[in-house]
Design a protein around this ligand. Structure first.
Ligand code: SF4
Length: 89
């Protein structure tokens, strides 16, 4: 398992919800029609646009697919060292 930081920029999110469709364990729509980040289906510590999560390689692949599906590139993924994995720099 490795730790990843996942960030949704609410100013970029247009509520298309494709991230939720692809990775409902990690994303959920809030009342403002923005995606928030879950920890394996749980909103531990309350709703948030930013969260650090431990993931298996399979879970990370699903997460990256969800980020790739976002039409406005509102989802950012960083590894433990702070390197940005998505979108590619
Ligand atoms: S796919 Fe992008 S725009 Fe759509 S809800 Fe997710 S973060 Fe927001």
């Amino acid at each position: 398992m490795q730790k990843y930081k996942i960030v949704v920029d609410p100013d970029l999110c247009i509520g298309a919800a494709s991230c939720v469709t692809i990775d409902p364990n990690t994303f959920i729509m809030n009342d403002e029609n923005k995606a928030e980040v879950l920890d394996h289906g749980e909103a531990q510590g309350g709703p948030t646009y930013e969260r650090e999560i431990e993931m298996t390689d399979d879970e990370r692949e699903t997460l990256i697919m969800a980020a790739e599906s976002c039409p406005t590139l509102a989802i950012f993924v960083y590894d433990e060292t702070g390197e940005q994995l998505y979108p590619d720099m």
